[in-house]
Design a protein around this ligand. Structure first.
Ligand SMILES: Cc1cc2nc3c(=O)[nH]c(=O)nc-3n(C[C@H](O)[C@H](O)[C@H](O)COP(=O)(O)O)c2cc1C
Length: 180
């Protein structure tokens, strides 16, 4: 049994990536994992200013929601980032969060497996490539962790559309069921 943290990064109502993340969560829970699912909606998340004091103190000088989110990230076994594809990249708020997790870099973080669930309007295999590459870059810096899996669900555009996409829901459930 793993402690899994799922972070939904879309800020819109009826978010497709969040809807699919719910199915993923159910799959992971059915596999016996302990799952915590949080959303960045309504959270106060400032940009990293690059001061690097966190590399000495393991604490961020910015006191906002990134502080407690980083604590959850630090103590999970596995992380799942759910994101919409924005201009062939991860959402800006997901990138902001990854930067704000910099206090964990010198820390004794627990996570070993990192996953991404991405939704997009288009369907091509190339659509999530740059988002995957961006997350891979972050994971590469956390040498005890690996990018363990990607679920890309394309062809989903309007808010709430994922509610009618049974095959994507089943894929998300199975992906969750198979998490390490
Ligand atoms: C600013 C912005 C940029 C987007 N860029 C892309 C894109 O490059 N490729 C694509 O297929 N869809 C793109 N989309 C569509 C979203 O990825 C799609 O609607 C997705 O289902 C949204 O997920 P969400 O409901 O979880 O936010 C974009 C949407 C927005 C708002």
């Amino acid at each position: 049994m793993s402690r899994i943290l799922v972070i939904s990064t879309s800020l819109r109502a009826k978010s497709n990536s969040d809807i699919l993340a719910e199915h993923l969560v159910r799959g992971a829970q059915d596999a016996g994992h302990e799952v915590d699912h949080i959303s960045l909606k309504g959270k106060n998340l400032k940009f990293c200013t690059g001061c690097l004091s966190c590399q000495e103190t393991q604490e961020c000088i910015l006191k906002d929601d990134a502080v407690w989110i980083a604590e959850k990230v630090k103590s999970a076994d596995s992380l799942v980032f759910a994101t919409p594809i924005y201009y062939y990249e991860m959402s800006g708020q997901m990138k902001t969060l990854l930067d704000r997790l910099n206090p964990l870099f010198p820390s004794d973080y627990r996570f070993r497996n990192v996953y991404m669930l991405a939704t997009a309007a288009e369907t091509g295999d190339n659509v999530p490539e740059k988002a995957v590459s961006g997350l891979q870059g972050w994971v590469d810096c956390f040498e005890k962790a690996e990018l363990a899996g990607i679920l890309f669900c394309g062809g989903i555009s309007d808010p709430g559309e994922a509610s009618g996409k049974v095959s994507a829901q089943e894929e998300a459930y199975q992906f969750g069921n198979d998490l390490k």
